[in-house]
Design a protein around this ligand. Structure first.
Ligand SMILES: *Cc1c(COP(=O)(O)O)cnc(C)c1O
Length: 361
């Protein structure tokens, strides 16, 4: 069996150790004689798994008192709409910092529910740099301030947490959660679709401050209300039990790796390896993203001659390098370097890139 070096943007690589563990437990999980997918979420075995996954996430991220952790469904996209419903009444306004595709989509999905005000945008820079702080026009009365710490398609990342004053900060961390330590106390709400850095798609992890959980929001069905999910330990209806299980295994793996401090160092090194290869290629490869805004998780790059793109993709695939085709919004290539991608995979990629240059330069 050969596993490829997987640079997919999402759904993305999972740690091999997690997959092997899941494989070994697939037919008989925890001595139950059934797979975890075949058991009631209300049974004591699954309830213990659920609690342990939450406890591990709380430890990994050092989640302070006063925050609730939820395991939800719907993908990050559904929560683009559900967050405004929960955090604001009909006449409210919320601020959005738009730094790429996902921020744009968050605004669009929020707009039926409140005034989604673009307080800053880097659209003029084609989202290839973060907007300068002195251009931000924050409303101190906003219901919340939403931003995307890492824009998965454009490859731009905040390397610090913006100061939102007294306005609760809401972060779509889908593509960089758990990639380094963050100070959760700076945030009102953190949410992430699982399929980049946590587990399979179909699961959303949310960390929400209790005063936001208590907000009245709009009239809505129970199933949309975060407080209802919280009151039912994220089991208001049948949760994604398989996703929750795999997330728990990933959290355990992260603890074994030394936690987020260690992951942060590794991720910085992986990204530095790839950017150095791009910047040191004498113009053969180019990163379109402003240096200060470059993402450690998603690295778009172009070839000096786009006529070579097809050859690059064919030859890289033949060398066991998976999913390097870039998103059409940026063009060229994109390598995603999530937690589950080892340094060795990046070394293989960089060697391939040098080799390709030698053959086509
Ligand atoms: C992938 C992604 C999303 C969309 O997630 P879905 O689960 O498809 O809804 C949203 N935001 C960011 C930053 C992403 O990377």
């Amino acid at each position: 069996m050969t596993r490829a070096w997987n640079f997919s943007a999402g759904p993305a690589a999972l740690p091999e150790a997690v997959l092997r563990r899941a494989q070994s437990e697939l037919l008989d999980w925890n001595g139950t004689g059934a797979s975890v997918m075949e058991l009631s979420h209300r049974g004591k075995d699954f309830m213990a798994l659920a609690a342990s996954a939450e406890a591990r996430l709380r430890r990994l991220m050092a989640v302070p008192e006063g925050y609730t952790v939820l395991f939800l469904q719907g993908g990050a996209t559904q929560h683009f709409a559900q967050i405004p419903m929960n955090l604001a009444g009909a006449d409210a306004s919320a601020d959005y910092i738009v730094t790429g595709h996902w921020g744009e989509k968050a605004v669009r999905e929020a707009s039926p529910y409140l005034t989604a005000r673009v307080a800053a945008t880097s659209e003029d820079a084609r989202y290839l740099a973060l907007p300068a702080r002195d251009t931000w026009q924050l409303d101190p009365r906003a219901a919340y301030l939403h931003y995307t710490p890492n824009e998965t398609i454009h490859g731009v990342e905040f390397h610090d947490v913006p100061d939102a004053g007294d306005v609760p900060l809401v972060a779509d961390m889908s593509s960089n959660i758990l990639s380094r330590p963050v100070d959760v106390s700076r945030f009102g709400l953190i949410y992430a679709g699982a399929q980049k850095n946590i587990g399979p798609s179909g699961l959303v992890v949310m960390i929400i401050r209790d005063d936001l959980l208590a907000r009245e929001g709009r009239p809505m069905a129970k199933i949309f209300r975060y407080a209802e999910h919280a009151a039912n330990d994220s089991m208001l209806n049948t949760p994604n039990t398989w996703g929750w299980y795999l997330a728990g295994l990933t959290f355990e793996w992260l603890e074994d790796q030394g936690g987020l401090e260690a992951m942060g160092e590794r991720n910085a090194r992986k990204a530095a390896t790839l950017y150095a290869a791009i910047d040191g290629s004498g113009g053969f490869y180019r990163s379109p993203v402003a240096v200060a805004s470059r993402s450690r998780m998603n690295v778009p790059f172009t070839l000096h001659n786009s006529a070579l793109d097809a050859a690059f993709l064919t030859e890289s695939a033949a060398a066991g390098l998976l999913a390097l085709k870039g998103h059409k919004a940026v063009g060229g290539m994109r390598a995603s370097l999530y937690n589950a991608v080892p340094q060795y995979a990046v070394d293989v990629l960089v060697n391939f890139m040098r080799d390709f240059t030698a053959r086509h330069g």
